[in-house]
Design a binder for this molecule. Structure first.
Ligand code: ADP
Ligand code: MG
Length: 686
């Protein structure tokens, strides 16, 4: 390390040459407080300015560097919106070009007639007149411009050139940055050193150098994050002694009496859960499985184990309909056993509620299933051993915590039908262990998926007619409840009007979020019982509903739904023995919606679909990573850099296996980096 070195993390941006009080405020607005922040604020892209082009070669709209002599400068008084305009006529040996600056009398003095300058900018050509508006420029002796130039995101009040100067000056402190990744990691993953990476990411010698630098910086950022998350998880598991469920109570009896044979994936998940339950650590496990993969029975096995070990269990679902359905399913699963199950939701009557609360407190009731109502303060358990939440993305971490506070460190199981690649899950659910059910029960017929355009919609309804005449049922999903004037989109109400006579002789009904809870429940109940043949609905039916007799899902204006959502909706059919169908009606001819429909036709693998969804929509919409408490990334992108991420995950495991708390001297600086990334996360008490 250099002798007169400073700590770049502690030195404020003012220490950088050229940064006064005004610039300081602006840099701070962009999140840069110290020198290290500046060094770690990366260009958004680069411009290749190494090749000078001749004016005669220029084509319209290209971004180029030229070298030309100034012939004349003129200020024009006022153009349209009263902006002052400066024209600079320049020439090289092949032709002439006009440079234009608006509102920029400052530039007037910047040029000297007969002198040569470099200009970098976009060319516009009309009627043989070549122009460049507001180019970057520099004098010819200044070699700076003939390089790969970084382009930074800007804030008002700092120009690109100023920003570059600041970055360059910050790089004067590069020798004060110490390598913090252990040598071993650098070697194993062929990473360049940090000094090289920071120099080249800002002012690269070549695009190859940019690649090398980027790889190192992305790797480093992901490694710090993943290692930190793994350490949190390890710590949680080590410290919190939970319930040790007895090995003497196997779940075999439960499994043997099921009306079907479990898939291997289900068996594996159950083994993992039972293992956790029998160990002293508190279980924090996520069951991830595609729609219809049979997560519920896996959860039921855990409940069985808990109850037979004389602990209570609670299952929380995000909606009344789903909770009701779970209640029914669990009752069926446990029919042959003496297990007392009750249901609690906002609509439970006061009298009944009091009975339930008493039964829970006395231990009379073994299993409680319900909505958010189960986390209310007055719900007290005698001896709670297992907490299950369904459809994780609807519950916050806090709600999960509130539920587990109702016992003394009960085991926790989370079920989600949002399939995301394992690599991503390891980050997004960093604090959970993961079981993946990646196999469908045998004998399921693949759902036939077909995309129609608006003109051919009638085919969808014909198909429904054909199916309901055989006693099957159908869903029609539309984006809106009622028609909206300015949207060319189908609504539940107008569809009902249109189709009522088409399906005459059959019972059809509508379901949407504006109905009262009791109305919704009644309609859903009738659909489940088979009294309703066609249910026209908004996406309220999206999650979890299980009606095996339903064989057609028609989705109107499918372009208005995300891929993952379409997949969820489609998962409402294909749950029984019969052939099922999903018809997507595409109301748009844009390319993305065509592509989506095509993906849906081609694959039924939720993990693949989720990946495609991410590619099309980008991560922000898929789910905000921030709500998961993950620090913001500077250069890495969890979705774009998934390959690097999986390499990083192997590395994080290797490091922590040999040094779980990063106590070795070689890992010292790396550990400090992790601490500084997580410094505002309360539970990183490493
Ligand atoms: P999801 O994973 O979407 O929550 P469910 O648990 O609702 O799926 O299961 C979907 C349907 O498949 C249910 O009707 C369930 O009884 C049935 N099922 C679950 N496991 C199996 C299996 N191994 N073989 C046959 N049917 C199964
Ligand atoms: Mg489910």
């Amino acid at each position: 390390m250099n002798n007169n070195c400073i700590n770049t993390q502690l030195s404020p941006v003012q220490s950088i040459k050229g940064v006064g009080p005004k610039k300081t405020v602006k840099l701070q607005r962009m999140g840069m407080f110290n020198i290290e922040d500046v060094l770690y604020s990366f260009p958004r892209e680069y411009e290749d300015r190494r090749n000078v082009k001749y004016i005669a070669q220029l084509t319209n709209d290209e971004q180029v560097l030229i070298c030309a002599k100034v012939l004349a400068i003129s200020k024009s008084k006022y153009v349209k919106n009263r902006k002052q305009m400066l024209r600079v006529l320049v020439e090289d040996k092949t032709g002439k070009l006009e440079i234009v600056f608006f509102n920029a009398s400052y530039y007037y003095k910047a040029f000297t007639i007969d002198k040569k300058y470099y200009f970098y900018g976009r060319v516009s050509i009309s009627f043989d007149r070549k122009q460049m508006i507001h180019p970057d420029f520099s004098e010819v002796n200044d070699e700076d411009i003939k390089a790969i130039m970084p382009i930074y995101p800007l804030t008002e009040g700092i120009s690109q050139n100023e920003r570059r100067r600041i970055q360059k000056n910050a790089l004067h402190y590069i020798d004060c940055i110490d390598e913090y990744l252990p040598d071993e990691i650098l070697k194993r993953n062929r990473l360049c050193g940090i000094k090289y990476a920071l120099k080249e990411i800002h002012f690269p010698q070549s695009f190859d150098a940019v690649k090398v630098a980027k790889f190192r910086l992305i790797f480093e950022e992901l490694l710090i994050l993943q290692t930190g998350l793994l350490m949190i998880k390890n710590r949680l598991q080590k410290d919190l002694k939970g319930i040790v469920f007895s090995k003497e109570i196997p779940v075999d009896k439960f499994i043997e009496q099921l009306p079907f044979t479990l898939t291997n994936a289900q068996k594996r998940a159950i083994d993992e859960i039972i293992n956790d339950m029998e160990s002293p650590k508190v279980m924090n496990r996520l069951i991830q499985g595609d729609v219809g993969s049979g997560k519920t029975v896996v959860a039921a096995a855990a409940v069985y184990k808990s109850v037979l070990s004389s602990y209570q269990a609670v299952v929380m679902a995000p909606t009344e309909i789903l909770a009701q359905q779970h209640f029914k399913t669990f009752k069926k699963f446990f029919n042959a056993f003496e297990i007392k199950i009750e249901f609690l939701s906002g609509s439970t009557s006061k009298k009944y509620r009091e009975e339930i609360l008493a039964g829970l407190e006395s231990g009379d009731i073994n299993v409680l299933i319900g909505t958010h109502a189960v986390i209310q303060d007055n719900v007290k358990f005698f001896k709670l051993g297992l907490v299950i939440t369904d459809e994780q993305h609807r519950f916050g971490v806090n709600q999960r915590a509130a539920l587990s506070d109702k016992g003394i460190r009960p085991d926790i199981l989370v079920m989600t039908a949002t399939p995301i690649p394992r690599t991503l899950a390891l980050i997004l659910y960093g604090d959970l262990d993961i079981s993946i059910i990646d196999e469908m029960p045998a004998g399921r017929k693949k759902i036939k998926t077909l995309c129609l355009d608006m003109q051919n919609r009638i085919q969808a309804y014909e198909l429904i007619k054909q199916e309901i005449s055989k006693g099957r049922q159908a869903y029609i999903v539309a984006p809106l409840i009622e028609d909206s004037e300015n949207l060319n989109t189908r609504s539940v109400e107008s569809l009902f009007e249109e189709l009522e006579s088409f399906f005459s002789g059959y019972k059809i009904a509508i379901l949407h979020g504006n109905l009262k809870q009791t109305e919704k429940d009644e309609i859903m109940g009738k659909f489940i019982n088979g009294e309703i043949s066609v249910l026209i609905s908004t996406v309220v039916i999206e999650v979890g509903i299980d009606v095996p007799n339903a064989t057609v899902m028609v989705i109107e204006n499918c372009e208005r739904f995300g891929l993952a959502q379409l997949h969820q909706l489609r998962g409402r059919v294909g749950r029984g023995q019969e052939q099922s169908y999903c018809i997507l009606i595409n109301g748009s001819d844009n390319e993305i919606s065509q592509r989506r429909a095509q993906i849906m036709e081609e694959t039924d693998n939720g993990f693949l679909i989720a990946e495609e969804d991410l590619k099309i929509r980008g991560p922000g919409e898929f789910f905000g990573t921030r709500q998961h408490g993950i620090p913001e990334m500077k250069i890495a992108n969890l979705f774009k850099h998934i390959k690097i991420l999986s390499q990083v995950q192997k590395e994080a495991e290797i490091i922590l296996n040999s040094d779980p708390l990063l106590e070795k001297k070689d890992n010292n600086k790396f550990k400090l980096k992790i601490l500084s990334l997580f410094n505002d996360m309360e539970n990183l008490n490493l």
